[in-house]
Design a protein around this ligand. Structure first.
Ligand code: P61
Length: 472
């Protein structure tokens, strides 16, 4: 039976498909980097689900209630109360977005150069902030996550045996903290089970290591737990959310995802008052006074409302159901995708889609460019192009080469996604003719935002990506 969305549409924003010739020109001008396109030249934007969702009428109304007081804002109090209720954590600090929270917290936890930060699979800004703070990110997701053909209900789980082995063989002061990302974005929007969080907590306690959650998609994670974890079908989403957070000492959160707002982030701590004071002291110079942290009062007000809507089960069923349908259409068309379908996006396996394009010619980037050319649909590469270089400047090879098609919340209809799926089906039929790319310019950190590329067929000596080339 069809389960319709639990909302109707009150406002629309026109979008337009420019001609194929224009698209060819625009993507070449953008240096084959989809981040450099003008949004107007994109028809359906699946670049990210971050800050791109639609707010509800209640959230728009909340904007008008925003208290813009510099200190002691009423909107902060409302946000604080909501976060305390959802998480059970005492200390709440707003930040301008997720990376703001990372920038405040990580340097306080990483106290010696080279300390490990162990996670399932760190997302790129998180990885960058760990490294900027002098730490070393370690990924210990279960091996099933790396095989897109294997079905596993909780592919985001951290491999607890390897975690224990690592903690056992490493001096305590060589480890800073454990950070579990829910859902695990880099593995394909894959959930982490409560059993896994509980086991991580137990091992962490044994070795005295703090545990944090990177909680951008906490509500979607809770929905998967309710659907898939034995014993949780009858539990409410808020109670599952609370149990998830009960296994950690604190969270960083990009509120631009499950917070259902266009900007915002959070840092929250269970009960460590000393750490909270030190976070507050860093928040002030980098983000802002502790009762606004880089946000306007109205942003905090809309976020408080968004967090409540995010844990509504009807919302989650519609949201995750839509992403699931999108994935199914692609699979029916023979497009290889990460299985099972994730919470916020479909991850096309570009290694299997373009087996003739080697990792250092960025197959998922090649596919992203082709999808834009074909249909004006913008996705994003999550693979070797995003991963970048090691400390010696050598191009690293990502374990997976994904074209991520992220679905903004409450924004596109099924027809939009069907159109994108049909475009990929057409590309599938002529995939042998699609070639790779090389980098012609890149900045040293988070290069994928601003790098320029060129088609390998345009002529370049091997090996391409290991040379740091600049534009002439
Ligand atoms: C995304 F192309 N994610 O998935 P901020 N943790 C996690 C995230 O997913 C995340 C952040 C922390 C984005 C935005 C994005 O190269 C890119 O609020 C699990 O963006 O600071 C962000 O939160 C950081 C897109 C980020 C990118 C980096 O689309």
């Amino acid at each position: 039976m069809v389960r319709p969305e639990p909302y109707r549409i009150k406002m629309v924003e026109p979008i337009r498909l420019i001609s194929r010739e224009e698209r060819e020109r625009r993507i070449a001008e953008a240096g084959y980097n989809l981040f450099a396109l003008r949004a107007e030249d994109v028809f359906i934007d699946l670049l990210t689900d971050s800050g791109t969702g639609a707010m509800s009428d209640a959230q728009w109304a909340a904007l008008l209630r925003g208290d813009e007081s510099y200190a002691g804002s009423r909107s902060f109090s409302r946000l604080q109360e909501t976060v305390r209720e959802l998480t059970g954590y005492r200390y709440v600090l707003p930040t301008h977005q997720g990376r703001g929270a990372e920038h405040v917290l990580f340097p306080l936890l990483i106290t010696r150069p080279g300390q490990l930060v162990i996670g399932n699979l760190h997302f790129d800004t998180t990885r960058a902030h760990i490294q900027l703070a002098g730490g070393r990110p370690v990924d210990l997701v279960i091996p099933e996550a790396y095989d897109t053909t294997v079905d596993h209900p909780f592919k985001g789980n951290l491999d607890v045996d390897r975690l224990e082995a690592l903690l056992k063989s490493t001096p305590r002061d060589a480890v800073a903290f454990i950070l579990v990302t829910v859902t695990c974005n880099s593995a394909g929007g894959q959930p982490v089970s409560l059993a896994n969080l509980r086991a991580v907590r137990a091992v962490a306690d044994k070795y005295g290591v703090p545990v944090f959650l990177d909680a951008a998609r906490f509500a979607e994670n809770a929905y998967f737990i309710k659907m898939r974890e034995p014993g949780y079908a009858g539990r409410s989403i808020p109670s599952i959310v609370k149990e998830m957070f009960s296994y950690a000492d604190g969270l960083t959160m990009s509120a631009k995802k499950d917070g259902l707002v266009n900007i915002g982030g959070l840092l929250a701590l269970r009960d460590d008052e000393d750490l909270f004071r030190r976070c507050q002291a860093r928040l002030v110079p980098f983000e802002g006074f502790p009762t606004y942290g880089g946000l306007a009062g109205r942003d905090m007000e809309a976020l408080a409302e968004g967090l409540r809507e995010a844990v509504d089960e009807d919302h989650l069923a519609a949201r995750i159901g839509q992403v699931e349908r999108f994935g199914r259409w692609l699979e029916e068309a023979g497009v290889p995708v990460q299985r099972p379908i994730g919470g916020h996006a479909v991850y096309v396996d570009a290694k299997r889609f373009l087996p003739h394009v080697p990792p250092h010619q960025f197959p998922a980037q090649a596919l992203a460019v082709e999808l834009y050319r074909e249909a004006g649909v913008r996705g994003v590469e999550v693979g070797s192009f995003l991963l970048g270089r090691d400390e010696e400047g050598r191009q690293q090879t990502a374990p997976m080469e994904f074209l991520r098609l992220a679905v903004p919340r409450r924004t596109y209809t099924d027809n939009h996604l069907r159109y994108a799926a049909e475009a990929l089906e057409r590309i599938m039929a002529r995939r042998d003719a699609i070639g790779g790319f090389r980098i012609v310019y890149e900045p040293p950190v988070l290069r994928h935002f601003t790098a320029h590329l060129a088609p390998v067929s345009a002529g370049c000596p091997q090996p391409f990506a290991n040379e740091l080339l600049t534009e002439d």
